[in-house]
Every structure is written in C-alpha cells, then in structure tokens.
Design a protein around this ligand. Structure first.
Ligand code: ADE
Length: 256
C-alpha cells in the first residue's frame, strides 16, 4: 500500500512512524508512506495557505489551491490503473471532526486500498470545495476538536498499517484484537500466576484449549455488555433484553 499524507507539519510524523510495528512495516517495504507539505504548493512568495472567511467570522480557512495542487501532484506520481492486480483502489481522506467516526471496520476497508491519501486540515476550517470536489471521504477520530488533522492521520495510519498482510506476526495476530469480532478483547494474563495474591484464573492454566476458548468468548461478551453495549449486534441486544446480562453471557458462551 502507498500512503500519502498532506500536512503543514510533515516533521511531526517521522518520530511516530519510526518505531514499533509501524517502523518495522516501513522498513520491510510493506507500506510506502510519504509526507508532503502542501505549503510547497502555495502561489505567493509568502507561501500563504490560509485566508479570511468570506462572510466574516473568526479564524482562518485553508485555501483550496495548495490542497488541490498537492493532491494532484501525488496523483500524477501514481496515476490510476498502475496497480498490479487491476484497477487501482484509492481514497482521498480529509481528517476533520465533521467526518464519519473512525472504526475498526473503516480501518479494514482502508487497508484493502492500493493508495490512501490523507489530507490534514488545520486552523478553523478548510474551504468547502476541498470537501466537495477533492476528498472522497471525511473521517473524524472522535467527537472532540483537535488543532489539526495530524494526530488523527497518525491514528488512522497505525490502525490501517497493522492490518496489512505480513505486518503483524502470528504472535501479534489482529484476530484477537478488541473489535475484530465486534467485541472487546477478553482479559489477558502472563506470568507470574500469583501476583500479590491476585491469581490468574485457573481455566487459563488448565491446558484445555477448548474450554479456554469458550471462557474467553464469554468474557469478551460480558465485557462488551457491561462496558460497550453499543457495539453489540442487534440480535445480541434483544437476547440481553430478555434477561439479566450474565445469564445471556453464560448461554452465549456455551454456543460460542
Ligand atoms: N481535526 C480536528 N479534530 C479532529 C478529529 N476529532 N478527527 C479528525 N480530524 C480532526
């Protein structure tokens, strides 16, 4: 996958992308990440990227020309149709609090692309023509306002890159992650088996893999019911309404 990030602060990204799983993925060429400063596409000698809003009001608005031209320069480097497997799948995502709220499902969708272009907004806003005629998608990482799209772009990049084929080893498989099966992750323990009197549940020391899988599924389900019921599928909710949560969890656990 190729990932282009358009930002006024490209230097923010290197420290984050050079570590851990992300750093390893880049080093192994599993993802090609490029950052580009859209100020380089400004038209005047002051390299102006923002201007006053028409109609008045506080704050500045990012001008359309540098953003359009920066994206067009990226697209010219990698024109549509150059993907090995046929038609290239590409999205141009604007990071903005007005976007669709980012989820694991969106991360999976983005991970299936050949080319992801992320545009980091700044200041109070972005000229509406960028939204309407340049971005193919708008993503928010949550219902709060940050000063710009850089941290959200890092969040989206990390969530997407770890899903790319070959990025996670089998020991780190994404299958056990929270959300991957629509549920929160089950509780995890490591040695020692007794820490300050708090013992690891016996079932995990039993060696009975079938029982352990059943216990984990039950735990994932009951955690989701108590902490994030909004994640549960419709049918799980109607079962939950039929009786106390732990009754359903126990019966679901047996089915699972
Ligand atoms: N830019 C500012 N706040 C944001 C948010 N919550 N998500 C995405 N982009 C943003």
């Amino acid at each position: 996958m190729r990932l282009d990030i358009l930002t006024l602060f490209p230097e923010m990204f290197a420290p984050v992308f050079s570590h851990s799983i992300m750093g390893r993925a880049i080093e192994r060429n599993l993802v090609d990440i490029r950052t580009r400063n859209f100020r380089d596409y400004a038209h005047d000698r002051h390299r102006t990227v923002d201007d006053y809003p028409y109609g008045g009001g506080s704050g500045m608005v990012l001008k359309p020309e540098p953003l359009f031209e920066a994206v067009e320069a990226v697209l010219a480097e990698w024109p549509a149709g150059t993907s090995m497997g046929g038609a290239m799948r590409r999205k141009i995502v604007l990071l903005t609090p007005q976007g669709r709220r980012f989820t694991q499902e969106i991360a999976r969708d983005l991970a299936s692309l050949d080319h992801l272009v992320m545009v980091c907004g700044r200041y109070e806003g972005v000229d509406e023509r960028v939204r309407e005629h340049l971005a193919t998608d708008e993503i928010s990482i949550g219902d709060y306002v940050l000063s710009g799209g850089e941290l959200p772009a890092m969040v989206v990049a990390e969530a997407v890159v770890r899903l790319l084929p070959g990025v996670l080893g089998s020991a780190e498989s994404a299958e056990d992650d929270s959300f991957s099966a629509g549920l929160l992750q089950f509780p995890q323990y490591t040695r020692p088996p007794d820490f300050r009197g708090w013992r690891v549940p016996d079932i995990l020391l039993s060696g009975n893999h079938e029982e352990i899988a059943r216990w984990r599924h039950g735990q994932a389900l009951s955690r989701t019911v108590s902490k994030r019921p909004d994640l549960l599928p419709e049918d799980a909710l109607s079962k939950r309404e039929a009786g106390p949560a732990n009754t359903i969890v126990a019966s679901d656990a047996k089915e699972g």
